[in-house]
Write a protein that binds this ligand. Structure first.
Ligand SMILES: [Zn+2]
Length: 491
């Protein structure tokens, strides 16, 4: 007789994030090459960022200033002395054969990132923050790998969070807060879709006895959603393997957008042969330099506990001024461009609760689908106002409004023009509605008959057919009236 399966064990997720953030500087970390070379490949290059023999790196003071500012914003200790090391690896995205990074002596250590849980502020440990240079970019086609080194040498900070996060949702909230701190401190532009902020996640599942689990790293997480989704996927995958008694291995995986896939096993890890960079002196900071970083920080370190004080002010002000709920304000103020957009819509005459609904529901869903920021779409406040006006005046239906929203978020354009050119106006004419209804019933005699025999659920099917036949241009209430009338047994 087989034993019944033991109850699935409750494994505890242990998660830590590592983030690379591009610093807002005009030039690279060790040479005067531009950080915004645009789309022309291999334009911003010099002997220093390509590592030619004899080329001497010089540290970008602005990058150091911004790294200090980020450290202060996170309440970190700033070290008077730090150093750069060569991290050796041979890969075509790295022209020099090594990357300069602060391996042994980082510029900042031990800070905190706070998350709000109800009324409480919960601190999470940030272990270290160090400066390093970015690598180049490779593009693959069928036969070739194309290299673009414009990004090689662009200044980054790497921020390493302690593994003290306990769920994918908490990890997403942590990254959102870090993003917000770096953007508010004017350290990083924060456009994740452009790679200005990139995240790798470490996760293990701890057994109930508290012993450490096997660690998996997931790379290439380029949106908040990807962080949550990839970690949810790993919690499920690892939990399933453990429940079925499998032996786990430490590995590095990548996120495809749907699932994670193995990149390499950890025991295949590369030996980097870290060596102190001989062409750069130690980075020594004096009180004046630290003082300057403190003075240019908007708000008090650690950035007014991540701007929560001003959050509370905004929250109270918006709730009062616009009659919105706490949750609505929280969503609208989550990113500065969404908050600005809302403000502009209201200023242009939009009703706050209606505008909030458009943004929270319809606009946000479309941004998430495409992983883009609002500021990167051609959507303008007048689009939302005109769509709402169309609904209020009954010139378009909601189904059509959503289709137009799809369009203007991709291509922009003039709403009234679109409605006129594409013939999207709401159909009011009762005889036209009746004709379309009759057409649908004629095309589906079996459904009509079934309905008349008492299968009421067929009504929904017929509504759907009428919606397609009219391209969504009849209001649902008009459709219902017309269908009900047409289906009435003729006396
Ligand atoms: Zn250069």
């Amino acid at each position: 007789m087989t034993q019944p399966n033991p109850q699935p064990t409750s494994w505890k997720p242990v998660i830590g994030l590592e983030v690379h953030a591009q610093l807002n500087t005009r030039s690279k970390l060790f040479c005067p090459c531009s950080t915004s070379a645009g789309d022309t490949a291999n334009k911003a290059l010099c002997p220093v960022c390509m590592g030619h023999p004899g080329a001497m790196p010089r540290l970008n003071a602005e990058a150091v200033h911004l790294a200090m500012r980020a450290g202060l914003a996170l309440g970190m200790r700033i070290h008077a002395r730090s150093r750069f090391d060569r991290k050796h690896y041979f890969y075509p995205d790295t022209p020099k054969g090594y990357q300069l990074t602060q391996h042994a002596w980082p510029i900042c250590t031990s800070g905190q990132l706070h998350l709000r849980k109800g009324e409480e502020l919960v601190p999470f440990v940030v272990e270290r923050l160090h400066l390093e240079e970015d690598s180049g970019r490779l593009q693959h086609d069928e036969d070739h790998a194309l290299g673009d080194w414009n990004r090689a040498g662009v200044p980054l900070i790497e921020i390493v969070g302690a593994p003290d996060l306990s769920s994918p949702e908490e990890a997403e909230a942590w990254l959102r807060m870090l993003h917000r701190v770096l953007v508010a401190a004017d350290v990083c532009g924060g456009a994740m879709e452009k790679g200005e902020l990139r995240c790798d996640a470490n996760i293990s599942l701890q057994p109930p006895d508290g012993s450490p689990g096997v660690r998996v790293e997931v790379k290439n997480l380029n949106s908040f959603r990807a962080v949550r989704k990839a970690l949810q996927h790993e919690v499920e995958r690892l939990g399933g393997l453990l429940d079925s008694g499998e032996h786990l291995v430490s590995e590095t995986r990548t996120w495809t957008g749907e699932k994670t896939e193995r990149l390499r096993l950890k025991d295949q890890a590369v030996e980097y042969r870290f060596l102190p960079e001989p062409d750069l002196p130690d980075l020594v900071l004096n009180d004046g330099m630290v003082g300057q970083a403190v003075n240019t920080l908007p708000g008090l370190p650690p950035l007014d506990i991540h701007l929560l004080r001003s959050d509370d002010d905004t929250l109270a002000k918006w709730m009062k001024a616009f009659g919105l709920t706490r949750e609505q304000v929280a969503v609208l103020t989550r990113s500065p461009d969404v908050a600005n957009f809302f403000g502009q819509c209201v200023e242009a005459g939009g009703k706050p609760d209606q505008v909030a609904q458009w943004i929270q529901r319809d606009v946000t869903a479309r941004l998430n689908e495409r992983s883009v920021a609002l500021a990167e779409t051609p959507l303008r406040p007048n689009h939302i106002l005109e769509l709402q006006a169309g609904l209020d005046e009954g010139t378009i239906t909601r189904a059509v409004a959503l289709r137009i929203l799809d369009w203007v978020m991709l291509r922009g354009g003039d709403i009234q023009g679109l409605v006129a050119i594409q013939d999207l106006g709401r159909i009011h004419d009762a005889s036209r509605i009746q004709a379309l209804t009759e057409q649908v019933l004629t095309e589906h005699p079996e459904q009509r008959a079934a309905y008349l025999e008492g299968h009421q659920e067929r009504f929904g099917f017929l509504m759907g057919e009428l919606r397609s036949a009219s391209k969504g241009r009849i209001d649902p209430s008009d459709m219902k009236t017309a269908l009900t009338q047409a289906l009435e047994p003729k006396a």
